[in-house]
Design a protein around this ligand. Structure first.
Ligand SMILES: Cc1cc2nc3c(=O)[nH]c(=O)nc-3n(C[C@H](O)[C@H](O)[C@H](O)COP(=O)(O)O)c2cc1C
Length: 203
């Protein structure tokens, strides 16, 4: 049993990043971590969501997932973020959450969190690395310790070979094109392992 507490924080409109988050939860639990899967607050007007069947279905599927708070960040030793790309950036919903953590940051409570990120896009070169980097840029300001998958396991090559973090292409039908489940689980386990090392070194 690991003593690592991991928060998996996601935004998802079509369900992909929710699924990636659940796979990360599975991987982290197998590594012995205590895990919370959390969503960021939706900012889009209800009328817009209502007009999009896939979006409506995701809101329904995630209705019991708690909305992340500063307390969750304080609680976590490690965080995995999962977001769809928005023109090569994280979605505004995730950015809004990060931008409201100034109070936590100011008291040093974001320091030494072990973090890692995943993403999805509609095109194989639609901004995956840039989206993950947009999250990592904020994490450097938090004083977090970024744990990337790199090429630490052959599984990563089979999942598209993104060393920044697992990424997946989503087809027009909303389904994932590559099979990334094993890569997500590997990334989650690696994040837990690095967090264990950091915790041990800090005792
Ligand atoms: C406003 C907007 C911008 C997007 N920008 C891109 C983009 O630059 N490149 C790309 O490949 N996909 C882009 N997409 C597609 C999403 O990334 C894709 O639908 C998402 O990864 C699916 O994840 P989800 O099911 O978790 O919502 C965009 C979608 C929206 C709504």
């Amino acid at each position: 049993m690991s003593n690592v507490k991991l928060a998996v924080i996601f935004y998802s409109m079509g369900g992909t990043n929710y699924q990636l988050s659940k796979w990360a939860e599975e991987g982290a639990k197998e590594a012995g971590a205590e895990v919370k899967v959390l969503k960021v607050q939706e900012l889009a007007p209800e009328s817009v969501i209502e007009s999009n069947e896939a979006w409506k279905a995701t809101v329904e599927a995630t209705k019991d997932v708690p909305v992340v708070t500063s307390e969750d960040i304080e609680w976590a030793d490690a965080i995995i973020f999962s977001v769809p790309t928005r023109f090569g950036n994280m979605p505004s919903q995730m950015k809004q959450f990060l931008d409201t953590q100034g109070g936590l940051w100011a008291t040093g409570k974001t320091v030494n969190k072990v973090v890692s990120a995943m993403t999805s896009a509609q095109n194989p070169h639609g901004g995956q690395e840039a989206t993950i980097l947009s999250l990592y840029t904020s994490m450097m300001h938090w004083g977090a310790i970024i744990a990337t998958p790199g090429y630490t396991d052959p599984i990563i090559f089979g999942a598209g070979g993104n060393p920044y973090g697992t990424s997946v292409t989503v087809g027009q039908d909303g389904k994932m094109i590559e099979d990334v489940q094993a890569a997500v689980k590997h990334q989650a386990k690696r994040t837990v392992t690095v967090a264990e090392w950091v915790k041990k070194g800090n005792q």
